[in-house]
Design a protein around this ligand. Structure first.
Ligand code: SAM
Length: 216
């Protein structure tokens, strides 16, 4: 089957930017208390539900996969960019990283305790988002948790708006609309954090973190 253009474009952009991206992103994550806090909450929910394997989809250079491990969660990383995966393997040799697509994961049905998508749906065009969420639902075991984070779009009805991401074309999403799509995919919202736009000194976008659970 022919690959959609958006995947080829995203892969090429992250392959080119991988080294530069990896140089700053880990430090940015570890100095973002709110992003950090939501990953900790996600990890606690996974552990409290009995633990199990977690996929960090769109893992980039693997810093959050490693952080999840430090929180006692058995995580592995998947990214469509071979360059990102090479960097992740180099930086975290004891961990598992695979080149792959988050919309077509090489994972058995209902086999994961968690899926983490930290700013990785943002390169998915809005019309393709439902199939991505359906894939997260497919791989999650009943009662499994999803954390999805993205730049927010505060609009009364719209789903998404394109923005000038530095690496590749990206979309910011309406948290309410994403929560509706999650529900349609069989993922019930558990909690959300929306950071005030003023906290984003770069673009002034709200940052959204949604935690959902596959219906048990
Ligand atoms: C903005 S970066 C976020 C990286 C990391 N999760 C973080 O929080 O720093 C987006 C990452 O998602 C990956 N990505 C985007 N679309 C993807 C897809 N459809 N399947 C797998 N990886 C994807 C990109 O290659 C890139 O590494």
């Amino acid at each position: 089957m022919t690959e959609p253009d958006f995947l080829a474009a995203t892969r090429a952009a992250y392959d080119t930017a991988a080294v530069r991206y990896a140089e700053f992103v880990g430090e940015r994550f570890h100095s973002s208390p709110l992003n950090h806090a939501m990953i900790s909450v996600f990890a606690e929910l996974v552990r409290a539900a009995g633990g199990g394997l977690v996929a960090d989809v769109g893992c980039g250079p693997g810093h959050i996969t490693a952080h999840l491990r430090s929180l006692g969660v058995t995580a592995f990383g998947v990214d469509l960019s071979p360059e990102m995966i090479a960097l992740a393997r180099g930086a975290h040799p004891g961990l598992r990283f695979e080149v792959g697509l988050m919309g077509d994961l090489e994972v058995e049905d209902a086999s994961l305790a968690g899926v983490l998508s930290n700013y990785s749906i943002i390169h998915t065009p809005p019309e393709r988002l439902p199939e991505m969420l359906a894939e997260f639902h497919r791989v999650l075991a009943p009662g499994g948790h999803l954390l999805v984070s993205f730049q927010g779009y505060d609009h009364p009805t719209g789903l998404a708006e394109a923005f000038d991401h530095k690496v590749s074309l990206a979309y910011r999403y309406s948290p309410d609309r994403v929560a509706e799509l999650l529900l349609k995919a069989g993922l019930d919202e558990v909690a959300r954090l929306i950071c005030a736009p003023g906290e984003d000194t770069q673009r002034g976008f709200p940052q959204a973190y949604l935690i959902a659970r596959r219906t048990a």
